[in-house]
Ligand binder design. Structure first.
Ligand SMILES: [Zn+2]
Length: 389
């Protein structure tokens, strides 16, 4: 960490070299190294700061839930009706409607190998079996295939779970997508923005339906390019980015005051951290997934998310996203100690905002204390999250 931090500063100071003597620069680096070491030592024992804004994908189901979300420092949350809107306001949270997911005339098409994998991990052949038996078999298959639920795969072949994402690229005039956004935005009066999710590819690479393949062919011809993996990846990345930004633009055209919050999901394998290309007000990029990621990766991803947030759009805010699950099954159950360590790493890497899903797991006893420590007021004398009020 210290090494990387110092290296990152060298180009900045190199611009100043005309005003610095050759003797001054080595001294400056020694001072920087010492400062960075002290910073790293402080981070190891105590986080230097706390998250000042926390986006939750949970639900305010009742007064008690709202109070608990508020206590652990949640500031931004989705609401589905007027009751939830009132609870969000009462407990000082910013309400959003949601969730917009992509629309298209048909589902995305994958390769035959990917289709087979998708059918297998989703138990499409198990129709008619009792649900407990079916779910147990699906869990078994997902564990066997090292399924990662739309996050970066660890096996050579993985696809998204459950949902067949519509081919948004084939909604050429955006009729279906705009209609969906209009419906979501008018659901609850008084919201201050909208959440976006699932804007991506079911196989994490692209869609191979007739329309998408034809569009790719036209793209190559128009630009005079060869059919290579690099060009294919850029085509599908740009198709994704353009769609997402056009949808954000549409929301803003209809509701100029709305903020757009997105979780970049599922992963786009050729460029997992492409989120800074999106002009969302708050762009959640995964820095810690539902499954264990090592601290080096969490640190690197947090830095790109936060430090490169303005690379393409001024004002877009990169938000470190953390996956959290507490229900047993094929999705790993994250314990409080792991969550604690992840939040410390994110804070020490420059993150000061946070996004979490599954949001409802945030308020589970034990887990709530971790969030209260790094996002809320803290822990009271009884060892419970303190009240913000
Ligand atoms: Zn398609």
């Amino acid at each position: 960490m210290m090494f990387r931090w110092t290296l990152a500063l060298i180009p900045m100071f190199a611009n100043e070299r005309n005003r610095m003597t050759k003797h001054f620069i080595p001294h400056l680096l020694v001072v920087l190294l010492a400062g960075a070491t002290a910073h790293a030592q402080m981070s190891a024992s105590e986080p230097p700061k706390r998250f000042n804004r926390v986006f939750s994908w949970g639900r305010l189901t009742d007064e008690d839930t709202a109070r608990r979300f508020s206590r652990i420092g949640v500031t931004d949350i989705q609401v589905a009706n007027n009751e939830q809107l009132a609870l969000a306001r009462k407990y000082g949270m910013i309400p959003y409607c949601g969730t917009f997911t992509p629309r298209g005339p048909h589902g995305q098409a994958m390769s035959s190998e990917e289709e087979k994998h998708f059918a297998y991990i989703n138990g499409l052949d198990l129709k008619g079996r009792p649900s407990s038996e079916k779910n147990a078999e699906i869990d078994k298959r997902r564990l066997e295939r090292k399924h990662r639920y739309g996050g970066e795969p660890v096996a050579s072949l993985d696809t998204i779970n459950s949902v067949r994402i519509p081919c948004f690229g084939s909604d050429v005039d955006y009729t279906l997508s705009r209609k969906s956004i209009d419906a979501i935005c008018s659901r609850v009066d008084g919201v201050q923005g909208i959440f976006f999710d699932y804007i991506g590819y079911s196989n994490f690479k692209g869609c191979y339906c007739e329309q998408c393949l034809a569009a790719y062919k036209a793209y190559l011809t128009e630009k005079g390019l060869e059919d290579t993996a690099k060009h294919k990846n850029e085509f599908y990345r740009d198709r994704l980015v353009t769609y997402c930004n056009d949808m954000i633009g549409y929301v803003k055209s209809q509701h100029p005051d709305f903020k757009v919050v997105i979780h970049v999901y599922p992963t786009f394998l050729p460029e997992p951290l492409y989120g800074n290309r999106l002009k969302a007000d708050f762009c959640g990029q995964t820095v810690a997934w539902y499954f264990p990621w090592d601290a080096v990766k969490i640190r690197q991803y947090t830095r790109v998310t936060v430090m490169e947030q303005d690379k393409y759009f001024t004002g877009a805010r990169g938000v470190p996203f953390v996956g959290l699950n507490r229900r047993p099954g094929s999705l790993w159950v994250k314990d409080a100690a792991t969550l604690d360590s992840e939040l410390r790493t994110i804070l020490a890497s420059g993150g000061d905002t946070l996004m979490v899903c599954n949001g409802n797991d945030m308020i589970e006893p034990g887990i709530d204390k971790v969030f209260a420590t790094y996002c809320g007021v803290g822990i009271d004398s009884q060892g419970q999250p303190s009240d913000n009020k």
